[in-house]
Write a protein that binds this ligand. Structure first.
Ligand code: TYM
Length: 325
């Protein structure tokens, strides 16, 4: 079985973008690969955060992942990045073969520097080196991600190639596997759904909150509609229906919307109910897991144990190749 690695930052509760762009895909892939999934707490330190909330967020993320269908530790390994100290260690070693010009080119570095002008820290720049270390530590070959992470995986290939050219063929060049739902838009309808833009619906959101958010969500921008009349795909609500609704409902939306047969309110009401129905069992199971964290701790400990074993082997090889042993 090929080795697969992916990660998610515990910057908040997982949202619909994470769910459709990553989690759903992870659940499918756990059967096909030797899969390791990581809650990347070290990465999440690169933007402002409250230390008092970190543990809660890590557990909440783990609970949603397990409730959604990750079968750890049986079918895959789920662990927390900082529990395996080799991530930070390998990141340092890889930084010595990473051209700084490549880091400055990253669109995520540019956009985050723009959004967080008062906190442009070195970690924000070297973020993709740590991401490369995450994958390389397990000799990961396949990396399922949404579209926004593709540039980072391309850079991971460059870094691994440079390392191998200098020190010998040790780190496989990883390949991204872009999810079918590669870029879910936020409720504002004009940017990717993300916690930092506050345009998200969380997987464990209560039904009332889902409705409150959808009620005021952007539908189809009039300018685009004039350019492309009769195309329901310009409306983000329609796009969300394609992920959460039945074929009949999607057709009802298409027909009703393009003939003004139904209003946005009705259309959003059906979507809100469908999102709630899809996520209700996950919400309940996650709540249950969070009540007493013993089970989550067991899963994360087992994940860290397995990850540490693989990581130690890779580090031994890397240290020897670099002349440090
Ligand atoms: P993060 O935490 O921002 O997102 C986790 C995963 O969710 C996907 N995603 C989306 N997909 C579709 N539409 C959206 N609106 C959306 N928002 C998020 C992301 O593409 C990602 O797959 N740097 C990474 C975490 C990471 C990682 C790794 C990933 C650290 N080390 C190693 C792969 C391999 C990140 O910030 O993802």
């Amino acid at each position: 079985m090929k080795r697969l690695f992916s990660g998610m930052q515990p910057t908040g509760s997982p949202h619909i973008g994470n769910y459709l762009g990553a989690i759903e895909n992870w659940i499918k892939l756990q059967d096909e690969y030797d899969a390791l999934f990581c809650i990347v707490d070290l990465h999440s330190l690169t933007i402002d955060y409250d230390p008092a909330q970190v543990q809660e967020r890590i557990y909440e993320m783990a609970a949603v992942l397990i409730a959604a269908g990750l079968e750890a530790p049986e079918k895959c390994s789920l662990f927390v990045q900082s529990h395996v100290k080799e991530h930070a260690e390998l990141a340092w070693l890889l930084s010595t073969v990473t051209p700084i010009s490549e880091l400055y080119r990253m669109t995520q570095f540019k956009s985050k520097s723009d959004t967080h002008k008062k906190n442009i820290n070195a970690g924000l720049l070297t973020y993709p080196v740590l991401q490369t270390a995450d994958i390389a530590l397990y000799k990961g070959e396949v990396v399922p991600v949404g579209e926004d992470q593709v540039q980072h995986i391309e850079l991971a290939r460059i870094i691994c190639r440079k390392f191998n050219n200098r020190y010998g063929e040790i780190l496989p060049e990883p390949q991204e596997k872009v999810s079918p739902a590669k870029r879910i838009m936020g409720l504002d309808g004009n940017a990717k759904m993300s916690k930092s833009l506050n345009n998200q619906i969380d997987v464990i959101e209560e039904p009332e909150a889902i409705w409150e958010k959808l009620r005021v969500a952007m539908t189809d921008p009039a300018r685009q509609r004039r350019k492309d009349p009769g195309n329901p795909f310009v409306c983000n609500i329609h796009t969300l229906h394609t992920y959460f609704s039945t074929d009949e409902q999607i057709e009802w939306v298409r027909e009703g919307c393009t003939t003004a047969g139904i209003g946005c309110f009705e259309c959003k009401r059906v979507l809100a109910d469908n999102i709630d129905q899809r996520f209700a069992p996950i919400r309940e199971k996650a709540r249950e897991l969070l009540k007493d964290k013993t089970e989550l701790k067991r899963i994360l400990d087992a994940g860290a144990k397995r990850a540490s074993e693989i990581a130690a082997e890779t580090m031994d090889e890397v240290y020897r190749a670099m002349g440090l042993r």
